[in-house]
Design a protein around this ligand. Sequence first.
Ligand code: PHE
Length: 397
Amino acid sequence: MSISLVLGGARRLGRAGWMAAIAAATAAAVMVSGCKPEGGSAASDTIPVGEFASLTGSEAAFGRSSHNGTAMAIDDINAAGGVLGKKLRLVTEDNQSKDGESQTAVKKLISLDKVVAVLGEVASGRSIEGAQTCQKYRVPQISPSSTNPKVTEQGDCIFRMCFIDPFQGTVMAKFAGGTLRARKVGMLVDVGAPYSVGLATFFKERFLADGGAVVAEQKFTKDDKDFKAQLTAIKAAGPEAVFVPAYYGQVTLIVMQARELGITVPFIGGDGWEAPELLKGPGAAQALEGCFFSTHYSPDQDIPKSREFVAKYLAKHGDRPDAMAALGYDSAQFLADAIRRAGSAEPGKIRDALAATKEFDGVAGKMTLDAARNARKAAVILAIKDGRFAYKETVNP
Ligand code: PHE
């Protein structure tokens, strides 16, 4: 039984494991000090920063990229002397891409590791879970890349580094009606994911307002692997494009099965498509050729701060950074900047400094923070071309 059991690197404990670890470490601290554990005793010369991420499981590509960016920022901040004379210490928890794990993870970070702020998540549903806990304890949370409006609606301690889905939905509705000249679209929505449901709603609103028609609206859930029934119905409705606001793992299956059924029109989606895994596996890249999705960042964009970041990231990870990595990086820099401006690492003061932010200039570009703690920021459209993600255009808000 030791505190080091739960400090440091990312842990893969289930809910029961976390609970046991929290209880064990609390007991150990009581025994050592003879009093109630208070304050970050592990290292008071460091500032503990929490992160929860999907490092394993169905959206592991999200968690890995986001974590790589976040960790790189923490290293850069510390190499430049840290914040308020202290180094930042990142404590990461893996929620295994499972619904229902993020509250426990965040509770552990706050009550056991005494983190001053929490970074995460990528998927909106899990950011919402974490936000409920952060708001309850009034510890600021910054989601790097969750786009559903409900994330920051959890309360005044919750922030994000990215645009929200009413904007992203509009971007893709305009793209479908404009660039693709589609008048009729089909949609396939993951009804269990707030991200998917929200983005579908905002896309549809705009597409209809622009005079288009949604000719088929089909549903699925997280563990589905066979989409033939839904795709058959979509095919029968004769759409000129199909919008699939889902996460990469299922998108690949959906588009491959669509091609098998003879659906040849472009499939389009949002940031949830972005992962190298989208194009992996036999036939995947071929099925997705000529498809498009919106996201937050491309290493091909001409952003001054991005150049050095891309080179460093490539050298360290052997791959260029994607949107999650860039926004993960910016989320940690945004936090460090707020701690500096607050002149204190007290969660309430950090919250106020974050809320007072007007503009932030990051590796993923400039953003303006609005009163609802959401970022106003440009979107990027990527094409799948020659088996890779190709930068197509930037869309300003
Ligand atoms: N925006 C997605 C969500 O809210 C997550 C995501 C962000 C996925 C960036 C990929 C890239 O669920």
